[in-house]
Write a protein that binds this ligand. Structure first.
Ligand code: F6R
Length: 618
C-alpha cells in the first residue's frame, strides 16, 4: 500500500503550463519531497517527466524537454509505504494511455479494486493505490457512450467505489481543454487567474498567478473547461462557488535575502505577532476581543472545561495555553494529542469546549478529533493560520493566526502566534469571569509590548549562533523548564531533534531527579529555561545539581534574575516581561539555537528527513 500526503497542482490556461507547475510544486514541496512528477497534454499523447528526490531534479529534466502544452498536472510525493521509485511517482497513467492523474490521500480498498480491474485484463506498473484509481476511471470511461459528459461521468462513476481519502486532478486525452478535480478528506482548491486556472492542494501553489481561490468541500468536483469552471456534487448537482481573494502576495512566499524559510519565518515574528494582535482588544483596554468567538459568549461564560486537541508544536502552544487559561480564567483545561483524543471515549463533563489548534488546518488527526467532538455534541473552536482550511470550515467558530504562509517544515512563527492567541483567550475568558480590570489591563499592556520585545531578542541572534557553535557536537541534550516554560522545554527539544537529528528531550525541571539526571555527563548539555518568578530559585538549584555532575548548563533567563556564576556555563538573557508573553520570548532563542545547530551540521532545515509540513494521513 502506498499512503500519500503529497502536494498536487494542475494548470489549464493560455500559456505554457510548465513554469507554473514547477513553481507550484516548489511551493508545495513542504507537503512531501520524496519524488516529483509532471504530465502534459500534448494533443495526441501525454508527455511525462518523473524523478526521485527534490523538485529541483524534476525541474532540470522538464527544462530539457521544454513542453509548450497549456494543460498539465504535477505532484510532489511523501511516501509512508512503498519505495521511493520513479514508477511509484505521480502522475500515474491508465494502461490505455487515455488518462493521467495525480492523487493526495489513500484509497483504502485499492486491493479489491485492483483485483476487479486485473480481472478485466488491466495490469499495473506501480505499487500505488493511485494507479488503481486512474485505471478505474479509464475502465468506466470505456464502458460509457461517447458524448460531452463522458469524461466527467467516468470520474463520477469511479469515485463512489473508493473508500478512503483523496484529492485528485485528472486529465483525459480526448478532452484537450478540460481538467477535473475532486476531493474527499484531502484538501483541494481551485485558483482563478486571468490567463489560467488551477487546481491545487493549497493556495500557496498559485500565489502570484491566481487572484481568487475557491475551496472545495468534501464530496465536490471541480470541472475546469477552457477558461470556465464549475463546482458540483458527486451526483452532478451544481453548487455555488464561493471565492476568496488570494491575499498572500508573492513576497510572502519568496525567500528574499534569507537562506531558508525557517530563518525567514523566525525573523518575521515581530511583524507576524503584530498581525495576530491587531484590532483584537476591547475599547476599555482590559480584555481581548476575538471576532470568531462572537455569538458564543454565553457558552464561554458557562464553561466547565476546555479540551485542546492538536499535534506536535501546535500542541505545545496549547500546553502554554493550559497554564495561562487556568491561571487567568480558572477554567479546567486539558491538552490532548489529537491522535489520542479521537479514539478515546473522553467522559462528557458539564459544558466542555473543544479547541483545535493547527497551523495548516489540515492535520488529519486534529480534524478527526474535531469531528469526534462534534459527534458528542461539544462546541468546537479552531485556531488556525490558513484561511478557508478544513479546520476553519469545520469548527463552530474560531480565530485566524494571521502570520502569513509558514513554509519551513519546522513550525516557528505559528507557535508564537498560537501561544499568543491562547493568552488572549485566557484574558477574554478571565474577564468574563473574575479577572479584575487592573489585571486585564496589565495583560493587554504586556501583549502589546510583545512584537517589540521579540525584535529585541532576535537582534541577539549572533549570540545564539555562538552558543549553538559551542554545543553543536552534542548528540544528547536536555531541555528543562517549569510551569508555562515546561512546554517551551518540550518545544525546544522537538525543534532541535526534528531539524538537527540530535537526540533531545524536554522535562519539567524538577522531574530531572526522577530519572533523566542519570544521563548527565560532560557530553550532555542541559538547557534550562528560567522563569523569573518565585520558582526561579528552585530551577537554579536544579541547574546546580547538573553542574555538580559535570553537566554543561546553558540558561535562558530574564534580565533581572540573578544566577550565581557556578550555576551555569552560559546565560542568554531575555527581557523581563509579563508572564503571559514570557513563554514566547523564551522560545525564540531555542528556535535560533536549533536553526544554527542544524545549519552547522550542514543540514537542510526547511526539509528535514522523513518529515512533511502538513500531516494529512493518520
Ligand atoms: C514541528 C511541527 C509539527 C506540527 C504538527 C501539527 O515543528 O511543525 O509538529 O506542529 O505537525 O501541524 P499543524 O499545526 O499544521 O496541525
Amino acid at each position: 500500500m502506498n499512503l500519500l500526503m503529497c502536494g498536487i497542482i494542475g494548470y489549464l490556461g493560455k500559456g505554457a503550463a510548465q513554469e507554473s507547475l514547477i513553481d507550484g510544486l516548489k511551493r508545495l514541496e513542504y507537503r512531501g519531497y520524496d519524488s516529483a512528477g509532471v504530465a502534459f497534454h500534448e494533443g495526441n499523447e501525454f508527455s511525462m517527466a518523473r524523478e526521485t528526490g527534490r523538485v529541483k531534479n524534476l525541474a532540470e529534466s522538464v527544462h530539457k524537454k521544454a513542453s509548450s502544452s497549456s494543460l498539465g498536472i504535477a505532484h510532489t510525493r511523501w511516501a509512508t509505504h512503498g519505495a521511493v521509485t520513479v514508477s511509484n511517482t505521480h502522475p500515474h497513467m491508465s494502461q490505455d494511455g487515455k488518462f493521467v492523474m495525480v492523487h493526495n490521500g489513500v484509497i483504502e480498498n485499492f486491493g479489491t479494486l485492483k483485483k476487479f480491474l486485473a480481472g478485466k485484463g488491466i495490469s499495473f506498473v506501480s505499487e500505488t493505490d493511485s494507479e488503481v484509481l486512474c485505471n478505474l476511471i479509464a475502465y468506466h470511461y470505456s464502458e460509457l457512450p461517447e458524448g460531452e459528459d463522458r469524461f466527467i461521468d467516468a470520474v463520477r462513476s469511479a469515485l463512489p467505489q473508493c473508500r478512503g481519502a483523496y484529492g485528485i486532478a485528472v486529465l483525459c486525452l480526448d478532452y484537450p481543454e478540460t481538467m477535473i478535480g475532486a476531493r474527499r478528506g484531502s484538501p483541494l482548491v481551485v485558483g482563478l487567474g486571468e490567463d489560467a486556472n488551477f487546481i491545487a492542494s493549497d493556495a500557496s501553489a498559485f500565489v502570484g498567478r491566481a487572484k481568487e481561490a475557491v475551496f472545495l468541500n468534501d464530496g465536490e468536483l471541480a470541472i475546469l473547461k477552457g477558461n470556465e469552471f464549475r463546482i458540483s456534487t458527486m451526483e452532478g448537482q451544481e453548487t455555488q462557488a464561493i471565492s476568496h481573494p488570494v491575499e498572500q502576495i508573492s513576497e510572502e512566499v519568496e525567500l528574499g535575502d534569507y537562506d531558508s524559510y525557517m530563518e525567514k519565518e523566525i525573523y518575521e515574528q515581530p511583524k507576524a505577532l503584530e498581525n495576530t494582535l491587531r484590532g483584537r482588544f476591547g475599547e476599555d483596554g482590559t480584555t481581548a476581543k476575538l471576532g470568531g468567538l462572537e455569538g458564543h459568549e454565553d457558552e464561554l461564560r458557562n464553561l466547565d472545561r476546555i479540551i485542546f486537541v492538536a499535534c506536535g508544536t501546535a500542541r505545545h502552544a496549547c500546553m502554554v495555553g493550559e497554564y495561562l487559561i487556568e491561571k487567568l480564567a480558572r477554567v479546567p483545561v486539558e491538552v490532548e494529542h489529537a491522535s489520542e483524543f479521537r479514539y478515546r471515549n473522553s467522559p462528557k463533563a458539564g459544558n466542555s469546549l473543544v479547541i483545535a489548534v493547527s497551523q495548516s488546518g489540515e492535520t488529519l488527526d486534529t480534524l478527526e478529533a474535531v469531528r469526534e467532538a462534534k459527534t458528542k455534541g461539544l462546541l468546537t473552536l479552531g485556531i488556525t493560520n490558513v484561511v478557508g482550511s478544513s479546520l476553519a470550515r469545520e469548527t463552530d467558530g474560531g480565530v485566524y493566526q494571521r502570520v502569513g504562509p509558514e513554509i519551513g517544515v519546522a513550525s516557528t512563527k505559528a507557535f508564537s502566534s498560537q501561544a499568543c492567541l491562547c493568552a488572549m483567550l485566557g484574558l477574554a475568558l478571565g474577564r468574563m469571569r473574575d479577572l479584575s480590570p487592573t489585571d486585564g489591563q496589565a495583560i493587554v499592556d504586556g501583549l502589546n509590548k510583545l512584537p517589540k520585545l521579540v525584535e529585541e531578542v532576535l537582534q541577539k541572534g549572533d549570540q545564539i549562533k555562538e552558543l549553538a557553535t559551542k554545543y553543536s557536537k552534542a548528540e544528547h541534550l536536555l531541555f528543562l523548564g517549569r510551569q508555562s516554560l515546561y512546554p517551551v522545554a518540550l518545544e525546544g527539544a522537538l525543534k532541535l531533534k526534528e531539524i538537527s537529528y540530535a537526540h533531545a528531550e524536554g522535562y519539567p525541571a524538577a522531574e530531572l531527579k526522577h530519572g533523566p539526571i542519570a544521563l548527565i555527563n560532560p557530553e550532555c548539555p542541559s538547557v534550562f529555561i528560567v522563569e523569573g518568578t518565585e520558582l526561579s530559585s528552585k530551577t537554579i538549584a536544579n541547574m546546580q545539581e547538573v553542574k555538580a555532575r559535570k553537566g554543561p548548563v546553558l540558561a535562558i533567563a530574564p534580565q533581572s534574575v540573578e544566577i550565581p556564576p557556578e550555576a551555569a556555563d552560559d546565560i542568554f538573557r531575555i527581557p523581563d516581561a509579563h508572564e503571559v508573553i514570557r513563554p514566547i520570548l523564551a522560545n525564540l532563542p531555542l528556535q535560533l539555537f536549533a536553526y544554527h545547530f542544524a545549519r552547522l551540521r550542514g543540514l537542510d532545515v526547511d526539509k528535514p528527513r522523513n518529515l512533511a509540513k502538513s500531516v494529512t494521513v493518520e
